[in-house]
Design a protein around this ligand. Structure first.
Ligand SMILES: Nc1ncnc2c1ncn2[C@@H]1O[C@H](COP(=O)(O)OP(=O)(O)OP(=O)(O)O)[C@@H](O)[C@H]1O
Length: 735
């Protein structure tokens, strides 16, 4: 393709000035006449001309091209030979013709010669002075007109990089800060007397900080927040009651169920936990609470959520039948309402009624119902609660946020409206009224131990006028939320300890030592300590360093001891397999623990898990070994110790694990066993890292000499390991 017109006549550029002599070079006189073919050939080479810097170079290029073509003749492309000969002949003719150059060509060429010379001079001048402005003499300007490169706009400088994504919106950057120690009586917060009595029965007189902040925002009244609410409050701070209480209060006098609130949590266990709190609050009212987690067949769950009734409505029935027959003809039969229509008596239409007021569910199951349960509509939902939002937003279960938001913000199809709704719609009158009333009001409450600051993720929730409430320890400076990453806050009632375990081969024995000497320690007289805070790690550490030959000294708890002991210990392992193995090992090493120790795995059925948690809460099980799956949001009252047998995989995991104790301002201890290779990470990230905020406390390092931990158990330990291996790989493989 030929170069653009302006560049085809561009004068030699300063960059290749070395080819251009300082004084203008005489331009060799061109051939007086050119054959058409020669002209064509030259035009093809014009681009080379530009690069070469002028007509001299072009001539040189053409000359140089001749021998090259001879060389090509010997190459396999010999097929071009006749063409070459033809061209040579043409060149000879051109020489002859050159002598008879017509006059008009001469004038053009002389003009070209003049112009080239001027252009060279001009370029030279520009280069020498460095002045880009077109201050050439007027004559030059005139002559160079059309032959100069077109003036180009100055290069637009790149704007300075301002990362807009790191600039948080005001509501995130300036949260409403609430001091963690804040207490307000429920009565003062305007909680209805009916619920005050209930709360009192449970031993709750004052609202915890998050509750005292959230209740007024969700209660009717002047402090009510019209818009959505995000809550960032540490684990165990009472978030569940904070959102459930105002919802239940609002629905208290409800006589027939209407789906009004949806609570989404990440796991089945959490669904059960929230259900428990909701049931306590709803006792004595007609509010219906249901769950959707997939623990029962889908059709059973559908029937629990939506009630199908027939309603006499001949006109509507006719319309629906007409639709159905049209769909049948077109072959595009919509299932759902048409299927139900077929089961209706004559002139009756199906009507769908919610069977629940509050639905507590996991996101996956919720999506299934939105997509497949006929009559499961969210048109009357007034509250959408997303608990453990950081985890939920990090996992995209079937694109749940999009499906949920579409269903929530969408309009109700007319087919699904009941008579009252239809009548109400008709009564609305003008278009404007209809449009205004279509704008439904509902509140989204998004809660997390650490608020998600990824705006893309938060954006999927389509928040409307959000407000962020952040509960923080008063000892800390009020720090605005930044985008530097998540900062976690630990309860001030939590004591943290860390124990080095060498290379980790004897870790089970360290755990046993910790259980016997700290968690289930008996006092001097051999009485059981029912108050876990009495176990002073430093004193026990020093007492443990005095080796004793008495077996009771290393086993102060004894079989009977653990039965009566008030401590509840949650041990975390890296995986479910290691939880099972550890449980087996501890039972063999300390048979007195066997009946009080259980493993929680995700494979346990919902019923079994519920039973297990109940036993743990009641104290008939004292030690629960679990993987991380159990750590999130589990609210088991009075866990006295959390032990990180395996180091957590992240700061978040640590915070959620240790958050199972020291809940609701109760005392609690978190112990972490770390190997040599894990030490640096633990101290840098967890104990001294910037991501974890502690009031005025530090992680205490407790060291036990290995021989004290293992001395009389070495043989039992080896036997237990052999037994475990046999149990895992079978007796034959062991031999
Ligand atoms: N007003 C109150 N007074 C005393 N205890 C309370 C009060 N409100 C809630 N609790 C107790 O606090 C504990 C923690 O509550 P909850 O499970 O709601 O915490 P959470 O903030 O949701 O924790 P997580 O983030 O770990 O799920 C529960 O055992 C609950 O019974």
């Amino acid at each position: 393709m030929p170069a653009p017109i302006y560049s085809r006549f561009v004068p030699p550029k300063p960059a290749i000035k070395k080819h251009v002599p300082s004084s203008p070079q005489p331009i060799p006189s061109p051939p007086s006449a050119q054959s058409k073919k020669e002209k064509k050939s030259k035009s093809k080479n014009r681009q080379a001309h530009e690069r070469a810097g002028g007509i001299n170079e072009l001539e040189a290029t053409l000359d140089a091209a001749q021998p090259a073509e001879d060389t090509v003749a010997e190459s396999p492309k010999a097929i071009k030979k006749p063409k070459k000969r033809k061209r040579e002949a043409v060149a000879d003719d051109a020489d002859a013709e050159a002598e008879a150059t017509p006059k008009k060509h001469k004038s053009i060429l002389s003009k070209f010669e003049k112009v080239s010379q001027k252009a060279q001079e001009h370029a030279q001048r520009r280069h020498d002075t460095g002045v880009e402005s077109d201050d050439a003499p007027a004559e030059d300007q005139r002559v160079l007109h059309d032959l100069e490169p077109l003036p180009q706009p100055a290069v637009v400088p790149d704007p300075a990089f301002e990362p807009t994504f790191s600039v948080l919106p005001t509501w995130l950057a300036q949260p409403v800060i609430v001091e963690a120690s804040k207490r307000v009586s429920f009565a003062e917060l305007g909680v209805q007397p009916f619920f005050l009595k209930k709360l009192e029965k449970q031993g709750y007189t004052d609202a915890l900080a998050v509750q005292s902040a959230l209740l007024p925002m969700l209660h009717p009244g002047h402090q009510r927040h019209i818009g959505d609410i995000c809550v960032s409050a540490r684990t165990g701070s009472g978030k569940t009651l904070a959102y459930l209480l105002p919802i239940v209060e609002a629905l208290k006098d409800r006589a027939t169920p209407v789906l009004s609130a949806i609570v989404v949590v990440p796991t089945r266990k959490l669904v059960d936990q929230v259900l428990q709190v909701a049931e306590q609050l709803c006792a004595g009212t007609k509010i219906k609470v249901a769950t959707a987690v997939g623990s029962v067949p889908f059709t059973t769950e559908q029937k629990q959520l939506v009630k199908l009734r027939s309603q006499y409505d001949p006109n509507r029935a006719q319309d629906l039948h007409r639709n159905a027959s049209q769909q049948l003809k077109s072959g595009l039969l919509e299932h759902g309402i048409i299927d139900d229509l077929m089961t209706m008596p004559i002139d009756h239409v199906p009507r769908y009624h919610s069977a629940v007021d509050i639905l507590i569910c996991t996101p996956g199951r919720l999506v299934e119902h939105i997509e497949a349960t006929v009559g499961f509509l969210l048109r009357s939902v007034k509250w959408l609660v997303i608990d453990e939002a950081d985890e939920l937003l990090n996992q995209d279960f079937q694109g749940w946020t999009t499906v949920l938001m579409d269903a929530l913000h969408g309009e109700t199809p007319e087919d699904y409206m009941n008579v009252q709704e239809r009548v109400r719609e008709q009564r609305k009158g003008s278009e404007w009224e209809r449009m205004l009333s279509a704008h439904r009001q509902f509140t989204k409450v998004v809660l997390s131990a650490t608020m998600e600051k990824d705006l893309t993720k938060l954006g999927t929730l389509r928040l409307n006028r959000p407000k962020l409430v952040s509960v923080q320890e008063e000892a800390q400076e009020q720090q605005p939320i930044t985008t530097d990453g998540d900062v976690f806050e630990l309860p001030s009632t939590l004591e943290e300890f860390a124990v080095p375990v060498g290379e980790g081969q004897k870790k089970p024995l360290y755990l046993l030592y910790l259980l016997l000497n700290h968690a289930f320690k008996a006092d001097e007289e051999g009485n059981d300590s029912s108050d876990s805070s009495e176990s002073d790690p430093d004193s026990s550490s020093s007492s443990s360093s005095s080796s004793s030959s008495d077996d009771d000294a290393t086993n102060p708890a004894g079989g009977k001891s653990i039965v009566k002991h008030a401590s509840r210990v949650l041990v975390f392992t890296r995986s479910n397999e290691s939880a099972s193995r550890l449980s087996h090992l501890i039972s063999v090493l300390e048979p007195s623990f066997k009946d009080y120790l259980k493993t929680m795995t995700p494979s346990s059925t919902a019923k079994a898990a519920k039973k297990l948690l109940k036993s743990f809460s009641s104290g008939s099980i004292k030690i629960l070994i679990a993987s991380d799956a159990a750590s999130r949001g589990l609210d088991i009252p009075d866990i006295s110790h959390v032990i990180n047998y395996d180091i957590p995989s992240s700061v978040t995991s640590y915070v959620h694990r240790v958050g199972r104790t020291a809940r609701a301002n109760k005392a609690g201890e978190a112990w972490t066993l770390f190997t040599k290779s894990e030490a640096a990470w633990f101290w840098n990230q967890i104990a001294r890292g910037e991501k974890v905020r502690r009031s005025d406390k530090k992680v205490t390092r407790i060291e036990w000499k290995e021989r004290e931990v293992t001395w009389d158990r070495k043989r039992t330990y080896e036997a237990a390991l052999a037994e475990l291996q046999e149990a895992v790989v079978g007796p034959e493989a062991t031999n």
